[in-house]
Design a protein around this ligand. Structure first.
Ligand code: SF4
Length: 445
């Protein structure tokens, strides 16, 4: 093993897809002999993995880069910037956050070890003494993991610039994914969450056919794995066979994250989503027919260019009838370079905000009602975080995905992250539920 004394600190912004990239980048640097520190101010190198999805994410990325660059005057030697902003917003980065030592576009990710050597040469020994080792690091708690099944996207949604940043969809080989999942389970992971830009067309590029069901079936058979969850489904790609498996798998949980974005036919057409309200109604009904307690999560955009009161009303009507357990909503944000940016009828921020508030009030009443129906029920939960600083332990059941959904707070303990508990739900606290542990269950893994 090398005696390289270089240290690196990673700041990963944005979605789980970015976090998976960060895990690979960290692993590359570990393999190159770097030590990873959590405090950026103590590191020789800071890598900021940016998110460029929305205006707010870009502002956060710029702010984080500026703070990282400021650290250079306090001892941090170098700053590398990676992620979505490097592809499409390089000019903004250079103008508004100068002082970065190197930008790392997606195409150069495999070269990070060499680039890091150029930016910050190994100390003490010449670089040929530094061995490449295979490292494997997880930035999530030990009991759950994200598994990216493909990269890029073939859709042409008018509000989105991700395809131009990440390129067309490229699926990762099915055998590699199954091996990776088995490896994660060997390391103690109990829950695997499948992610992609569109997880429901997995395999079409690589195998000439959709392999989602096949991949899910293989993961469903991995012993010692507790839960498998499918995130980022595209509404028109959820087939009856997929629904059957999602509703009736052993380890596949009855949960689907399916961003619908809107429900008015006219808005969906302007968004270039390729479906209409009837398709959405069919999807929701298909899953609920298979399982009444099926959990649906979605994301919607309000205030899209030209959105009329009536069209916004159609979205509210759909939300009222579909009753998503979890919903994330965003006010439309202009994305330079996207087709929607050139559409007429951009709405004032005040209108977008008012519609967002109205939609969230509606969703709050739906979410609270659905949580209230669970009072008194028992649930099997996986603990994400032990109680600390007077805060109760946080856990989730199959109905909650990590990091984005509400929690089940555990009243009583002690419990540790990764524990599997049977609990009785006692009360609702905002969007969260509070539960007490029942007699202990041995972990399935
Ligand atoms: S499906 Fe649409 S919104 Fe999602 S990444 Fe692809 S183009 Fe963007």
């Amino acid at each position: 093993m090398s005696s390289d004394s270089r240290t690196v600190s990673f700041i990963s912004l944005g979605c789980p897809k970015n976090l998976v990239d960060s895990e690979q980048l960290v692993s590359t640097l570990l393999g190159r002999g770097f030590r990873v520190l959590s405090a950026p101010e103590e590191a020789d190198l800071v890598v900021v993995n940016t998110c460029g999805f929305l205006e707010a994410s870009r502002a956060e990325s710029l702010d984080t880069i500026r703070r990282a660059v400021d650290l250079k005057s306090k001892g941090v030697a170098r700053v590398i910037v990676a992620g979505c902003m490097v592809g499409n917003y390089r000019d903004i980065l250079e103008r508004e956050a100068p002082g970065v030592d190197r930008y790392l576009p997606f195409v150069d990710y495999a070269q990070l070890d060499k680039i890091a050597d150029e930016v910050l040469p190994p100390r003490g020994r010449s670089s040929f003494m530094v061995e490449r080792r295979r490292a494997d690091i997880s930035l999530t708690p030990a009991h759950f993991s994200w598994l990216k099944i493909s990269e890029g996207c073939n859709h042409t949604c008018s509000f989105c610039v991700i395809p131009s940043i990440r390129g067309p969809m490229r699926s990762f080989p099915e055998d590699d994914l199954v091996r990776r999942a088995e490896h994660l389970v060997d390391k103690g992971v109990q829950e695997i969450n499948l992610i992609a830009q569109d997880s429901t067309v997995y395999g079409t590029d690589l195998y000439g056919e959709n392999r989602v069901v096949r991949l899910l079936e293989r993961l469903d058979r991995i012993e010692r794995l507790l839960w498998v969850r499918l995130m980022y489904a595209y509404p028109t790609e959820v087939t009856p066979a997929m629904m059957d498996l999602l509703a009736g798998g052993s380890r596949i949980v009855p949960y689907l994250d399916v961003p619908v974005q809107h429900a008015s036919d006219a808005v969906l057409k302007r968004m270039r989503r390729g479906y209409g309200r009837k398709d959405l109604d069919r999807l929701v009904a298909g899953l609920r027919q298979r399982r009444l307690d099926f959990t649906l999560r979605t994301t919607v955009i309000v205030g899209f260019p030209g959105e009329t009161d009536e069209e916004f009303g159609e979205l509210l009507d759909f939300i009222r009838s579909a009753r998503f357990r979890h919903l994330g909503a965003f006010a439309y944000s202009r994305e330079p370079g996207s087709r929607a940016d050139d559409l007429p009828g951009h709405l004032p921020d005040s209108v977008k905000q008012a519609r967002l508030d109205e939609l969230m009030r509606l969703q709050q009443s739906i979410a609270f009602e659905s949580q209230d129906r669970r009072l008194g029920e028992s649930a099997l939960v996986l603990v994400d975080a032990a109680s600390a600083d007077g805060e109760p332990a946080r856990a989730r059941s199959v109905m909650e995905a990590p990091e984005i959904d509400s929690h089940i707070l555990i009243d009583g303990g002690p419990v540790n992250a990764g524990d599997l508990l049977q609990v009785r739900i006692r009360e609702r606290r905002g969007y969260d539920l509070v539960a007490i542990p029942m007699p202990r269950v041995e972990s399935a893994v």
